[in-house]
Structures are given as C-alpha cells and as structure tokens.
Ligand binder design. Structure first.
Ligand code: GRF
Length: 211
C-alpha cells in the first residue's frame, strides 16, 4: 500500500536515470511514498523532463540557501541526491542531517570523488559497485547504509563498468528509499539504525545484471 504522506525530494544535475528508477518504484508500490519535488542545479537537463512527464513540480536552483528554502516549503521526510554534482555546504548538510542521502558509484570508503570506475580498473580491482550513504559535511564520507557489488570483468572498460554499476544503482537506491519509507532506517547520533538495531556494516543488496 502506498503511503502518500511520505514525501521525497530529489536533487539532480543531469540525466536523472536514478530519479526515474525512484519514480517508477513509487508508482509500482515498492516505495511507500511519493516524489513531491525535484531540484536541479542545471537548466534543461533530461531529469527535469522526467519530472515534468511524471507530473512532479521541479525547480532550477543553484545555491544552498535557496535550495534549503525550497525544501523548507516542501517539507519532505527524505532528501535524495541522485547524480547531484554540486557540493553542499556544511550548514546545509547539518540542517538536514539524518534525512539527506546520496548514491555514489563505488564501494565506499574506496574511491570517494570522481572517475571511480577508471580508478577501480587502474587499481586492478576485481569488484566495484555503488553505495548509498548519509550526507555529512565531508564529501562521500557519511555513514554507509547499503551497497551493491558489481564484479569487474576481464578487459572491462570504464564505460562498460559504469553502465553495469548504474543498473545496480537503479535497484539499490529504490530499495534503500523503500526502507526509509517504512521507517526501517534512521540515524541516531551518527549511528545508523536498521529495524531499531545499530547497523555496523552496510546492508548488501543483490543486484541483478541487465536482461
Ligand atoms: C550516477 O551514476 C551516480 O552514481 C552519480 O551520478 C550518476 C547520475 O546519473 N553520483 P543519473 O543522473 O541518475 O542518470
């Protein structure tokens, strides 16, 4: 049963394929809630068109103060960064602590920052993946909620690996948001709680590869 009172805001910068996966998950009932607003820091990106197609209000906002003001009006329970390429300031991340999450294309704490796929290949890693974590002032360093592992194949390229990791992202992010929407995840004093118990290692979400 969908819980329309659970409201989710999504912040994007680009194509919004994760946004689409989240919208789809609200529509099919995996997520018991609704995306009530989309903020992009860039004009004319595909993600804004996806919001429009789904009938979700959106805005282009390029600074922390205006983003916080828009969110204060929307008053979502969860704020989801989905390919949001602006670094948010410490005051912003503190204001929304515990309700601000991000997806990052690596098995954190490995490979914070950019070009994660190429860096994993250059290091000779045998596996890569993606992580959903709480956002804190330090970039890509907040408590890690859940991860999906993607094996690295012989002769892999950064592009091919990125595509497979994105398929995993589109499964991992909706699953984690579904857990939020049913109250299974919370952050108390920097400690993640899952089903009311402390979570000491990230949850592993099995990701199936593309059909
Ligand atoms: C994703 O791969 C995410 O891991 C990274 O940015 C990308 C955004 O893709 N942070 P999209 O806009 O959701 O298609």
């Amino acid at each position: 049963m969908s819980n329309p009172s659970y409201s989710i805001a999504v912040l994007i910068s680009g194509s919004g394929s994760n946004l689409q996966a989240i919208i789809d998950a609200t529509q099919c009932g995996l997520i018991e809630g609704k995306v009530t607003g989309v903020i992009s820091n860039r004009d004319n990106v595909l993600g804004l068109e996806r919001a429009r197609q789904a009938g979700i209000p959106s805005a282009v906002i390029k600074d922390d103060a205006s983003t916080a003001a828009y969110l204060a009006e929307l008053s979502p329970q969860l704020i989801v960064l989905a390919g949001y390429m602006r670094v948010l300031g410490a005051a912003f991340t503190r204001q929304f602590a515990g309700q601000l999450i991000n997806i990052h294309p690596s098995l954190l704490p490995a490979y914070r920052g950019l070009d994660t796929h190429a860096r994993a290949l250059a290091a000779g890693d045998t596996q890569h993946g993606c992580s959903v974590h709480f956002v804190t002032p330090e970039l890509d360093a907040g408590p890690i909620i859940a991860q999906a592992i993607v094996p690295i194949e012989p002769n892999d390229t950064a592009e091919a690996l990125q595509k497979r990791v994105q398929i995993a992202e589109h499964q991992l992010y909706p699953q984690v948001i579904a857990w939020f929407s049913t109250g299974r995840i919370a952050l108390h004093n920097d400690q993640i709680q899952f089903d009311q118990a402390p979570l000491y290692t990230p949850l592993l979400v099995p990701a199936t590869s593309a059909a």
